[in-house]
Ligand binder design. Structure first.
Ligand SMILES: Nc1ncnc2c1ncn2[C@@H]1O[C@H](COP(=O)(O)OP(=O)(O)O)[C@@H](O)[C@H]1O
Ligand SMILES: [Mg+2]
Length: 151
């Protein structure tokens, strides 16, 4: 399996990396974020939003599950931590098939509903400010995207 790794030594670096990735994103792209609480999923999403030229502050959509932001492309930010069960259908498909970029924190919790083709990013807390980011693309689009990111 193709996978790519990157170490981040502080939150700004994670944000900058995500902002760089954002510039390569297309309408309909899906990014699944995995990692424990505090791993950096929301930090990554904030950087992505900055790269999409979103002016509003992006924070964890704890109670809303889905938040939508306007930028170069729309950003659909989901945090599905509180979805009651994996089959609870909150109309995710509309977002996945929409014109924006979808970012899903705790994506495995809605695995059955996630499109198979996506970029999954696993975040691991190594130390206080050190994170390992592992990028796993599924499908052609995301393999090409990873090649572009890591070239
Ligand atoms: N290298 C790093 N990358 C991302 N976040 C980091 C890093 N170093 C420290 N942090 C801190 O870790 C915390 C990550 O929180 P957050 O992004 O909300 O995580 P999650 O959404 O995965 O629960 C933030 O306080 C952030 O400042
Ligand atoms: Mg979060």
């Amino acid at each position: 399996m193709n996978q790519f790794e990157r170490i981040s030594t502080n939150s700004e670096e994670t944000g900058q990396f995500a902002a760089g990735l954002a510039e390569l994103l297309h309408p309909g792209d899906i990014i699944a974020l995995e990692g424990d609480l505090g791993a950096g999923k929301t930090t990554f999403t904030k950087g992505l939003a900055k790269g999409l030229e979103i002016k509003k502050n992006v924070n964890s959509p704890t109670f809303t599950i889905i938040k939508e932001y306007k930028g170069r492309l729309p950003l659909y930010h989901m945090d599905v931590y509180r979805v009651a069960d994996s089959y609870e259908d909150l109309g995710f498909d509309e977002y996945f098939n929409g014109d924006g970029v979808t970012v899903v924190e705790w994506a495995h919790l809605i695995d059955e509903q996630l499109p198979e083709e996506r970029l999954t990013i696993f975040l691991y807390r190594l130390e206080e400010d050190r994170r390992k980011m592992v990028f796993v693309p599924t499908g052609n689009r995301y393999e090409e995207l990873c090649k572009e990111i890591f070239k």
